[in-house]
Write a protein that binds this ligand. Sequence first.
Ligand code: NAD
Length: 329
Amino acid sequence: MGLRETLSVGVIGVGYLGQHHARVFSELPHVRLAGLFDTDLRRAQEIGTRLKVPVFDGLEELVDRVDALSIVTPTVTHADLVLRVLARKRIPLFLEKPIADSVVSATRILSAVREAKTLLQVGHIERFNPGVVAMLESGVRPAYIEAQRLSPFGLRANDVPVVVDLMIHDIDIILALVRSKIQTMRVVGTPAITPHIDLANAWIEFENGCLAQVTASRVSLEKLRKIRVFDRRGLYFSLNYDTRELSQASVRLDPGALPEISRTKRTFEAEEPLKRELGTFVTSVREGLPPHVSGEEAFQALEVALEVNRLAEESLLRFRDLKESDPLP
Ligand code: NAD
């Protein structure tokens, strides 16, 4: 697609997150929010009235009127919606994360996008956290990573395991930082409130020797979102994703002298990450550039997340085999 003055964008699904997609598209330059579609018509009308944009009662009607679409519906619906949209019109798509709920569905999405020769960006929003951007741009070569994403229990996204909803954010960042294949994983996890895994801890070893320890919980008493990265050359980052506070330390080792440690701390401005994210989507579409987070990267993150979840379920079976009468080791 050549450079267009104004891109007509539609949003499918205007629930908890989709309402913000619609608002952000209505505020971005070079974009006209052309309309909304949601199977919950009352909800669509509520958001349509708020933003003064048309609401369509059929998916195809919206598709026919736009140059690009954002899909912000429950994860289990992603594959069917992408296929329906692309069968109607080969347009660029922004799809919320995770790309799908299974490898089979994610494969269907990637095949349809390839066949349509169109652009797909997936909503791994933490890539737009300025602290993450700084780490990725630093050329860091991680030797050890520790990530924690803990949330109090809420009513959203409990239809998928915590690994696929929350840990996938850190998995995506870790894959982008390490850029090596996974060698082995060891995982423990357990349900606590939902029937799915609600908390998990994964030990991930990469072929290049990096080790990542990742914890996710949605039944925590407090909210915590942190990542620490130790580089091979004595560089250290600690990022609080929520406050965007990035601490950095580097160690200089001179023979015969005490190690010299220099530290810096930066707090990045609170620019709305969704605005940066959807802004890059619009730029990619208008300028014919590759997406910031591709379908293939989102597929990889999903594959790892599903394997972590499978191993967490397996760990649970091991624990269930332990009987209270068993002697302590
Ligand atoms: P939600 O349930 O609040 O909203 C989903 C909306 O989609 C609802 O209004 C529903 O009526 C509508 N819908 C359902 N099926 C539909 C269909 N077939 N066609 C059209 N509309 C349909 O869900 P949510 O919390 O907004 O999550 C939506 C997606 O966004 C999920 O994939 C979720 O994982 C993702 N998400 C990502 C982040 C992030 O950090 N990037 C945060 C929250 C949610």
